[in-house]
Design a protein around this ligand. Structure first.
Ligand SMILES: O=C(O)CCC(=O)c1ccccc1C(=O)O
Ligand SMILES: [Mg+2]
Length: 369
């Protein structure tokens, strides 16, 4: 494989509804679609899942654009690779910038799978032909609105409901949800909004039979999460604390959590994700695929990685229509009874719709060898 051309498409897509977490509200998704072309003409796609502001993670779209333009793309163009795994080692000297690295990694994996004539899921060793998915619901000022959203998504068949929480919008909200929905598979995500000083509040979530509490404490922390896990029954799931293989290894060693939310972007690509998957398989740590409010391109990669055997819990890969009036892939991602079919056609298994891609592109730059 030799990538001779890379095009960055800076996108702006407005979601149907605003999405609120403990760190803020987002409705206009600004991100980058990365298109890579091999010397044989094969095109691969990747999504750089940054946002306009560095609220979830330190990277943001303008910074990722510069990182890609000045460092990662020049390093990649014209280089001969035997396997997409090699990109991870090539990018290793540059610290972090995982969302930017993952965009090229993901496109290279798509090219690789297409050249082998197999699906991306197959190329990475996935073992499922369909996957179970849940949905992540944002914080609402009005509890009735949240309860309605839960009702709607449950009726649509999603396999579990995730609700965002923050201080002041936690125990009482969960209590009200459980009153109306005593038995649904339910979890909460705090997006790092608490500290160990909030132990008493977090303990109060224990009686509600939550599948897990996602990233209650500071992003990057492993020590305090291990302490918290000793005092609460609800399993902790780590998101913003896992950026690398070593983070996952240390989290398991320390007992910082019992479950890992995996995101292709956050760990710098599919190659590292696969290595963490092997580690978690050994350690019996269940995983599931998180989401970054992706367009169809990132969504397609999420579907492929969810076919791996350790991804035993429903992830956040909801239908395209949960986010978008129209997605940029054909077909869109459909969910029926909480199930998404894993495409069997080569690569990511969805076609990027060039017309729609162009419609939401606000800046485009082509790089050649
Ligand atoms: O529906 C999705 O794509 C997942 C939504 C979500 O929870 C999320 C969205 C953006 C950034 C972080 C997170 C998260 O998992 O914490
Ligand atoms: Mg999360």
């Amino acid at each position: 494989m030799k990538i001779t051309e890379i095009t960055m498409h800076r996108m702006n897509m407005r979601m149907k509804n605003p999405f609120t977490t403990s760190f803020g509200t987002e409705q206009d998704r600004e991100f980058i679609i990365l298109e890579a072309k091999d010397e044989d003409g094969t095109v691969g796609w990747g999504e750089c899942v940054t946002s306009e502001s560095p609220l979830y993670i330190e990277e943001f779209t303008k910074a990722a654009w510069v990182m890609l333009e000045e460092y990662l793309i020049p390093l990649t163009l014209g280089r001969e690779f035997n396997h997409p795994d090699e990109l991870t080692d090539l990018f290793e000297p540059f610290k972090r910038n995982n969302l930017a690295k993952a965009a090229i990694d993901a496109a290279a994996w798509d090219i690789y799978a297409k050249q082998q004539g197999i699906s991306l899921a197959q190329a990475i060793g996935g073992c499922r032909t369909d996957i179970e998915v849940g949905v992540s619901l944002g914080i609402e000022d009005d509890i009735e609105k949240l309860l309605n959203n839960i009702k709607e998504k449950t009726e649509e068949g999603y396999k579990r409901i995730k609700v965002k929480i923050k201080p002041g919008k936690d125990v009482e909200v969960v209590e009200q949800i459980r009153r109306q929905f005593p038995d649904i598979p339910l979890m909460v995500d705090a997006n790092s909004a608490y500290t160990l000083d909030d132990m008493e509040t977090l303990k109060k979530l224990d009686p509600f039979n939550l599948m897990m509490i996602e990233q209650p404490l500071t992003a990057g922390d492993l020590i305090d999460h291990a302490e918290l896990q000793k005092h609460i029954k609800t399993p902790i799931c780590l998101d913003e604390s896992i950026h690398s293989y070593d983070d996952a290894r240390q989290a398991i060693q320390l007992g910082s959590g019992k479950i890992i939310n995996m995101k292709v972007g956050r760990v710098g690509g599919i190659t590292t994700l696969k290595r963490i998957h092997e580690l978690c398989k050994e350690a019996n740590i269940p995983m599931w695929c998180g989401g970054m409010l992706e367009s169809g391109v990132g969504r397609a990669h999420n579907i492929a990685v969810t076919s791996l055997s350790t991804f035993t819990l429903p992830g956040d890969t909801a239908a395209s229509s949960r986010y978008w009036e129209e997605d940029i892939i054909d077909p869109e991602v459909y969910v029926k009874d909480g199930i998404v079919q894993v495409p069997a056609s080569p690569g990511i298994g969805y076609e990027v719709n060039r017309e729609k891609l162009a419609k939401y592109t606000v800046e485009k730059k082509v790089f050649t060898q």
